[in-house]
Structure formats: C-alpha cells, structure tokens
Design a protein around this ligand. Structure first.
Ligand SMILES: Cc1cc2nc3c(=O)[nH]c(=O)nc-3n(C[C@H](O)[C@H](O)[C@H](O)COP(=O)(O)OP(=O)(O)OC[C@H]3O[C@@H](n4cnc5c(N)ncnc54)[C@H](O)[C@@H]3O)c2cc1C
Length: 377
C-alpha cells in the first residue's frame, strides 16, 4: 500500500507542500489536499482589491488548475481532527492517514473586539477588502483609522502598506487634504525585527502626514460615538475604521486540542507537533516566525524534505531556518523589501532594501512564479 499524506488547507503552505511532494515522489505516494474553498488568493492581492486596482474575480486562482501527479485536491470542509489517530472528519467523510499536516491558516475573530463587526470594516479577508473597495469611493472627508486589534497578525507590514496606499488613493481623488490618516497598532514600531525598515516607513508616514500610533491596544469600538476604546482607558475618534481583527487558529483546530494560546505549538526547526507523524505549517502555528506566506512556504519545504526522507528511509533532512523576504508597498508606485532571519541568530534581524521600481517587478515575479509553479498558469 502506498504511504498516505493528508494535508489540511490548500493555502500558501499546503500548495507548496503538495507541489514539493509531487515533484519528488509523484505517484509513489498518495497525497490528499483538502480545502473548503474553490480558489487560492495571495494575501497581497487583498490590498489590490481594497483600492480597486483588481477585482475579486481577477485575483482568484481556481483550484481546478492545481493538477499534480500523486495529489488529489478535494473540496471539503474539515469538521474534526483527531491528531492521535491521524484521522480527520470532513463534511464528506473520514480520512485516515500515515502523515498529517495541518496548514489551515489563521482565522479572524471579530467578536474578540466588540463593536468591530458593526462599527469597523476589516480588510484582511477577500470579502472585507471587496467591501472596503465599495465604501472608499463614498468617503470624501474625515478621519480614517487603520487599526490593528491584536498581535500576532498576518504580514506585519500590511497595515503600513494599507495606510500608504490609502494616501495615494485619496491623493488621486484630490481629497487628501480633507482627510486624516492614522495607523494604530500594538507593536512598538511598524516592523520590529528591522530598525531600518521601520525607520523608512516612519519617514514615509511623516512625509505624507500619516499619524503613526504605536503600542496601542484597541479593546473595542463604540460605533454610536465613532470611537475606538483603548485597553488603557483612552479613546481614538474615527469616521472610517479599517480594521485588522484579532487572529487565532480555526475553531476545528482549537477543538482538536492541538493548540496552546490560540495556535499549534511546533518544534521550530522541524515543524513537528507534539503528536507522532503530525506536522503543522504556516499561520496556524507558533513557529517563532511571522505569519506570512513566505514563511508558510519555507516551513512547507522543510516538512516536504522530512516526509520525502522518511518515506524513502533516508537520513536527516534540513532544519527550518526561519528566513524570508517580504515585499512592502511604499506607495508612489514603489516597493521595498525586508529580508528577515528569525531563527538562526540570537534575536530576529532584518536587512532593508529601499523602495524602487525594480522591486515592483521583483514582487510581481514572486507572485507569478508561485502561480506558475502551483497552477501552471
Ligand atoms: C492584506 C494582506 C497582505 C499580505 N501580504 C503578504 C505578502 O506580501 N507576503 C507574504 O508572504 N504574506 C502576505 N500575507 C500573509 C499571507 O497571506 C498568509 O500568511 C499566508 O496565506 C498563510 O499561509 P497558510 O498556508 O498558513 O494559510 P492560508 O494561505 O490562509 O491557507 C489556509 C487554507 O485553509 C483553508 N481552511 C481553513 N479552515 C478550513 C476547514 N475547516 N476546512 C477546509 N479548509 C479550511 C482555507 O480555505 C485556506 O485556503 C498577507 C496577508 C494579508 C491579509
């Protein structure tokens, strides 16, 4: 009988893992990849949708185009995970497996910030970004707050990107002077592991009159008064609140008993969970790296190498190094880059590449190379 690998979640991590296994092992293994959705969307595409640069339809990459030897991609919803038995129930049946990899990402917990669902608009989901793209054209004057309601959150530079792109958007419409933009977040600086990146972002905010409000904990929103209430008792007024909700693992993962403090703890170097032959990659984990696609992908490659080596009965496979490059939209048609290293040194570090048009092209290639690798398009 062929070895079975069951991957839950066809996001950044799951797609890369299934692709790497297929490339190395083809039909030698039986890989099953499960996702409840019909398509993949890059996180950064949500900013494109939010500002009307692309439509939701344009950014969806249909799973129907993910065709790999040895891999079945099933559209099912995972409803129960038993990590001890390596058995997973979905809305269509039960799957048992030799190796289980949980790559179900992070969910947004709007209820954890009372008032957010009613008084704010999140832009971290595709539906939320689409909703904001419909609200923005009707906004012509007032205070817009980009507010991060908790940490950790996906792609730490994304709220800064949203504020900078918002400046461009309002400027293009000729209404920038009638609007105030602020960015409130619990972090002490925009990108804590890289002082140079944070300094460049702070300069960009200052040049554009964007108020950066660090170290703030937004406890709730009071929609009747249009204020965000801070945990320390302060208040921040707004007319439009563009929110990043608190994150946590999907309910089905929490109900499985695999999580501590909202996410799955893993051995950072191997991405193994505390259950035998059960791994977890990407945003669903606490792996000592940020929640970003590039880290989900790096983790997936390490798990792929470990599984290939175990299935072939070979020796050790490489450890996860926690390195990745994140592209940052600086507005004015420029993109910067931060190359971060989370695990190899005594503390995380990040080297900054200043914004340029060259990096716009590099970011485009980052997306198109993954699209070609996973979807052949
Ligand atoms: C605005 C924004 C900008 C971003 N920009 C960048 C960037 O520039 N670079 C970068 O590297 N990252 C970026 N990210 C972050 C990136 O999108 C995520 O970190 C990445 O997608 C995480 O990959 P993952 O595989 O862990 O989870 P995901 O890609 O979220 O995949 C999880 C999958 O699990 C599926 N799923 C969940 N629950 C179930 C269930 N019960 N049953 C079946 N399927 C289920 C989901 O449908 C989903 O397809 C950005 C994110 C946002 C919101």
């Amino acid at each position: 009988m062929k070895t079975r690998v069951l991957i839950l979640g066809a996001g950044f991590g799951g797609l890369e893992l299934a692709t790497s296994l297929s490339e190395a092992l083809g039909d030698e293994v039986e890989v099953t990849l499960i996702d409840k959705g019909d398509s993949f969307v890059f996180g950064f595409s949500k900013l494109e949708v939010m500002f009307g640069r692309q439509s939701s339809r344009e950014v969806r990459l249909p799973y129907a185009d993910f065709v790999k030897p040895g891999v079945r991609l099933l559209r099912e919803t995972v409803v129960e995970i038993d990590p001890q038995a390596r058995a997973v129930a979905t809305d269509a049946g039960v799957h048992e497996t030799d190796y289980l990899v949980v790559a179900l990402g992070a969910d947004y917990d709007l209820d954890a910030t009372p008032g957010l669902a009613l008084g704010g608009s999140e832009f971290y989901s595709l539906a939320g970004a689409e909703w904001v793209s419909k609200l923005l054209p009707d906004f012509s004057a007032g205070r817009i707050m980009v507010g991060v309601c908790g940490a950790p959150f996906k792609c730490p530079p994304a709220p800064s990107e949203a504020a900078l792109l918002l400046h461009d958007y309002l400027s293009r419409r000729g209404i920038r002077e009638q609007c105030e933009i602020s960015l409130a977040m619990p972090l002490s600086s925009p990108v804590p592991p890289s002082a140079d990146t944070s300094a460049a972002l702070l300069d960009a905010f200052a040049e554009r009159g964007i108020a950066f409000l660090p170290g703030l904990r937004i406890g709730s929103l009071e929609p009747s008064r249009n204020v965000a209430l801070l945990e320390d008792g302060g208040e921040l007024p707004y007319d439009l609140f563009l929110g990043v909700p608190k994150h946590r693992a999907p309910d089905v993962v929490i109900d499985s008993g695999m999580t501590d403090d909202g996410f799955i703890p893993v051995e950072s170097s191997t991405l193994e969970t505390r259950y035998a032959s059960v791994y977890a990659v990407g945003d669903v984990t606490t792996a000592g790296v940020p929640k970003a696609g590039v880290f989900a992908e790096g983790g997936a490659r390490v798990v792929a190498a470990a599984l290939i080596s175990r299935i072939r009965g070979e020796g050790d496979s490489p450890d996860y190094d926690g390195r990745g490059s994140c592209y940052i939209e600086f507005g004015s048609g420029k993109v910067g880059r931060v190359d971060v290293d989370f695990l190899s040194g005594p503390k995380p570090s990040g080297a900054f590449r200043p914004p340029s048009e060259l990096l716009v092209a590099e970011k485009r290639r980052f997306g198109s190379s993954r699209t070609a690798r996973w979807f052949g398009t």
